[in-house]
Design a protein around this ligand. Structure first.
Ligand SMILES: [Zn+2]
Length: 181
């Protein structure tokens, strides 16, 4: 299936579901991670969470160096935000599950995340004031049924959802973002 058709689009209920932790890192988990990385690169995303391909497990892939010639992929299994502090920063975010819109979201500027990698090692990631800090929070939100529009106030959210519906109706595909916002 082409990557863009693989992506679960809002308002699918799978994007509203608490995902299950992964108990054992087996071939199916390795295959899922490989499949998600392929979809992420094919759609020019910098991150993708398992529920966005319809798998309700706690796995995300991230590559904030996307677009550069060298790939630098991270696979995070059962990631947990253990510190989220620092000044709140507002950034324009896009999401493969909301083609055609960009949403300004305010989040803590510093995070520390613990996650297993594909070898089962417990890894710690720290990010401050950069795309990685935003991406970690955005993707981990997905594992708990939270999407970027949930961070907006109700009126703003309603406006963005209308904009999203219009974009979809106009043929927006995963990876399309609204450059105006
Ligand atoms: Zn997303």
């Amino acid at each position: 299936m082409p990557a863009v058709e693989d992506i679960v689009l809002a308002p699918d209920t799978r994007l509203r579901t608490e995902c299950a932790p992964i108990d054992e890192i087996d071939d199916s988990v390795r295959a899922l991670a490989a499949h998600m990385l392929e979809d992420m690169y094919a759609t020019d995303g910098c991150g993708l969470a398992a529920p966005q391909v319809g798998e309700l497990v706690q796995l995300v892939v991230i590559d904030v160096d996307y677009g550069k010639s060298k790939r630098n992929p991270y696979v995070l299994i059962n990631p947990k935000i253990i510190v989220a502090d620092g000044e709140e920063r507002e950034t324009g975010e896009g999401c493969l599950s909301f083609p055609g819109i960009t949403v300004r979201v305010s989040r803590p500027s510093h995070v520390v995340v613990e996650a297993r990698n594909l070898d089962g090692d417990l890894m710690r990631y720290e990010a401050k004031d950069n795309l990685m800090a935003v991406c970690l929070q955005h993707e981990i939100d997905h594992l708990h049924g939270v999407t970027m529009v949930d961070h907006l106030r109700p009126l703003q959210r309603a406006r963005k959802m209308r904009e999203y519906e219009d974009a979809l109706a106009a043929g927006a595909r995963p990876g399309d973002v609204d450059v105006e916002d």
